[in-house]
Design a protein around this ligand. Structure first.
Ligand code: B12
Length: 275
C-alpha cells in the first residue's frame, strides 16, 4: 500500500528518466542544492512539486542566472545534508564569491529563511536545529579563511547578554570584523555580565566592546550588561543584532547601535576618531 506522499514522490532514477539524464547528474543536482530532495530511508526522493519547480526554473533562466547560492544552500540545510551544503559553499567560493559574500549573501539569508519557515510552521524545530548545526560547521570551516595576517587594528571584545542563546550571529559578525583587520575575541552567547566585564578589564589593545542580541525583549538584560561593562572599561560600547529592534543608543545607554557587522566597522572608526 502506498501513501499519498509516496505517490507524489519520484526516485532520482525516475527524475533522471523523465529528464533524459544520467542518474549521477541528477544526484549532483541534489547535492549542489539545485534540486530539492529529502531522504526516504537510504534513498533520495523528490516531490512532484519540487520536480515541477526545478523543470520550470531550468526552462526560464532567472535574473541571477543558475547560481542562486542562498536558495541552494537553504535546500541543503533544510534537508540536513551537511556534505551537500559545504559543496554549495565550495562551488560559490570557486566561482569567485568572497568569504564575506558567503556570510552575507548565502549563510545569513539562508538562516533568515530557515527562521521564517520555522515561524510559519513549514519546518519543525528538528529541521531548524539541523540547519543551524550545518551553519555552525560552515562557519568553522570558513573561520581560518577570515583570519588576516599583519598588524591588527585593535581588539574588539564581542559577547552577549546572560539570557541570549543565539551564538551563531556572533560567530558570523566576529568573522566579518576579522576580515576588516580587527582582532576579535568572541565570548559567545549566554554570558553573565560580570564575566563579560572581567574579560573587558584585562583585554589588551581593547578598542571597543560589542554586545550582540538576536532574541527579542533583551532591553533590561542589555542594560545590566552595559552597567557591568561601564565599571570595567572606558572603551566605547556598541550593540548590534536583530534583537535591538527600534531601540536607540540613548535607550540602552551605549555609544552606538549597529544594524550589521559591516555598519559596525564604520561606527567603530567614527568612535575612535572622536576619542
Ligand atoms: C538558529 C536560531 C536559533 C537557535 C540559535 C543557535 C545558536 N547557537 O545560535 C536557537 C534554537 C537556540 C534559537 C532560539 C530562539 N530563537 Co531563534 N533563530 C535562529 C535563526 C534560525 C538563525 C539565527 C542566525 O544565526 N542568523 C544569522 C545571523 C548572522 O543573521 P542576523 O541575526 O540577521 O545577523 C545580522 C545582523 O543582525 C548583524 N548582527 C548579528 N549579531 C550582531 C552582533 C553585533 C555586535 C553586530 C555589530 C552585528 C550583528 O550581523 C548579521 C549580518 O549582517 C533565526 C532566524 C533569523 N532570521 O536569523 C531565529 C530567530 C532569531 N529566533 C527567534 C526566536 C523567537 C527564538 C526563541 C525566542 C524561540 C523560542 N520560543 O524559544 C529562542 C530565543 C532564545 C534566547 N533567549 O536567545 C526569532 C527572533 C525574533 C525577534 N528577534 O524578534 C527568529 C528571527 C526566528 C523568527 N523568524 O521568528 N534560535
Amino acid at each position: 500500500m502506498t501513501t499519498d506522499d509516496e505517490q507524489n514522490e519520484l526516485t532520482l532514477q525516475e527524475v533522471a528518466d523523465e529528464l533524459g539524464l544520467h542518474y549521477m547528474t541528477v544526484y549532483r543536482y541534489v547535492r549542489l542544492g539545485m534540486l530539492d530532495a529529502s531522504k526516504r530511508g537510504r534513498s533520495w526522493v523528490v516531490t512532484r512539486d519540487d520536480f515541477d519547480a526545478f523543470t520550470a526554473a531550468s526552462a526560464e533562466p532567472t535574473e541571477r542566472g543558475t547560481a542562486e547560492w542562498d536558495q541552494r544552500l537553504l535546500n541543503r540545510m533544510v534537508a540536513a545534508d551537511d556534505a551537500g551544503a559545504w559543496q554549495v559553499v565550495e562551488s560559490a567560493l570557486t566561482s569567485g564569491m568572497t568569504v564575506s559574500d558567503v556570510y552575507t549573501k548565502m549563510v545569513t539569508p539562508a538562516l533568515t529563511a530557515v527562521g521564517e519557515q520555522w515561524r510559519d510552521g513549514k519546518i519543525g524545530i528538528a529541521e531548524e536545529h539541523a540547519a543551524s548545526q550545518i551553519a555552525y560547521r560552515i562557519v568553522a570551516r570558513l573561520g581560518p579563511r577570515a583570519a588576516r595576517r599583519g598588524v591588527k587594528r585593535g581588539t574588539i571584545l564581542l559577547g552577549s547578554t546572560a539570557t541570549e542563546l543565539h551564538s551563531l550571529p556572533l560567530s558570523i559578525a566576529a568573522d566579518l570584523l576579522r576580515l576588516e583587520g580587527f582582532e576579535v575575541i568572541d565570548l559567545g552567547a549566554n554570558l553573565p555580565p560580570e564575566s563579560f566585564a572581567q574579560r573587558a578589564a584585562v583585554t589588551n589593545a581593547l578598542i571597543a566592546v560589542a554586545i550582540g542580541v538576536t532574541a527579542p525583549d533583551q532591553d533590561d538584560e542589555i542594560r545590566n550588561t552595559v552597567a557591568a561593562l561601564r565599571d570595567a572599561t572606558d572603551s566605547p560600547i556598541l550593540v548590534g543584532g536583530r534583537g535591538v529592534g527600534n531601540l536607540t543608543a540613548d535607550d540602552l545607554g551605549v555609544d552606538a547601535v549597529a544594524a550589521s557587522a559591516e555598519d559596525a566597522v564604520g561606527i567603530i572608526e567614527r568612535l575612535l576618531s572622536e576619542e
